[in-house]
Design a protein around this ligand. Structure first.
Ligand SMILES: [Ca+2]
Ligand SMILES: [Ca+2]
Length: 275
């Protein structure tokens, strides 16, 4: 059961829920299932440096280790995640409220390499999704026809969120918000895609109007989605551009509103002899 279907069912049952807290209406058995659900089998490539949930973080979604490892590939129901079906388990995403932050340290440095795909260096995965505009059949608990979106999204953050990067964990450099994508917003995660492949720069939600999952994936071109950042956007304390050849620390500060974080991945490099 996707968060989106749960929301539709909750609406039909006149139960008031927030999109992110959709899991709260699940029966206890399913909540237990969520606790036991999939974690990436490999050792996480990062550790949590610090976490402060701030004000307004979603209750129970406050385990910062949920941000380690690869983006979630299945939801708490065991279904594959895709841009219509984001992760929503308490062990999959961590919530950061106003005044809160999350800082991670990576064992392998994230390089600002000129051969990184599209010049982008790392990708931040949230838990937004595209709204399915098909009718919902309350008898079969399923969408009528092939699910498609009008390009509008749910579960996205509307707050002011800053992302900073550091080589040593002491001196952080702000990534200029004017040159950086929004956190926990567009584009939604596709668990079937490659987390090292950014969605092509320039694509906007408007490009996804009327798309089905297959059409949407054609636009993603193998990407797992997520907001991809360029370390070239780094600013020093005077607001001047600064070159960071590599970083080991990423910090997300939520100034207002709230954000949910699923994962952070490094962008793949185009290697010689391989396209
Ligand atoms: Ca770069
Ligand atoms: Ca996660």
């Amino acid at each position: 059961m996707s968060k989106q279907k749960l929301s539709v069912l909750a609406k039909a049952a006149r139960v008031s829920i927030t999109a992110t807290a959709a899991a709260a209406i699940l029966p206890v058995a399913v909540t237990l299932l969520a606790a036991e659900s999939h974690r990436p089998p490999h050792t996480p490539s990062a550790v949590v440096v610090s976490y402060d949930p701030g004000v307004g973080a979603v209750p129970r979604f406050t385990d910062p280790r949920a941000a380690l490892g690869a983006p979630s590939q299945i939801n708490p129901f065991g279904e594959p995640t895709d841009p219509f079906n984001p992760p929503y388990g308490t062990n999959q995403i961590v919530s950061v409220g106003a005044g809160g932050h999350l800082a991670l340290q990576f064992h392998t440095p994230i390089l600002n390499h000129p051969n990184n795909l599209a010049g982008l260096d790392f990708t931040l995965f949230g838990n937004t999704g595209f709204i399915i505009t098909n009718e919902f059949d309350l008898t079969s608990f399923d969408w009528v026809g092939i699910p498609a979106t009008d390009g509008t999204m749910f579960g996205f953050s509307t707050g002011e969120i800053l992302v900073s990067a550091s080589r040593n964990g002491e001196e952080y450099f702000l990534l200029d918000p004017a040159q950086s994508p929004a956190v926990d917003h567009f584009p939604p995660t596709d668990g079937a895609g490659d987390p090292g492949v950014p969605v092509a720069p320039g694509l906007t939600p408007a490009d996804f109007v009327g798309t089905t999952l297959a059409e949407l994936r054609a636009l993603y071109q193998g990407s797992a989605g997520g907001a991809s950042f360029d370390l070239d956007a780094a600013l020093d304390s005077r607001g001047q551009s600064v070159f960071l050849p590599e970083i080991r620390f990423i910090r997300i500060d939520v100034l207002s509103g709230r954000a949910e974080i699923d994962a952070i991945s490094a962008v793949n490099r185009v290697s010689r002899g391989r396209p």
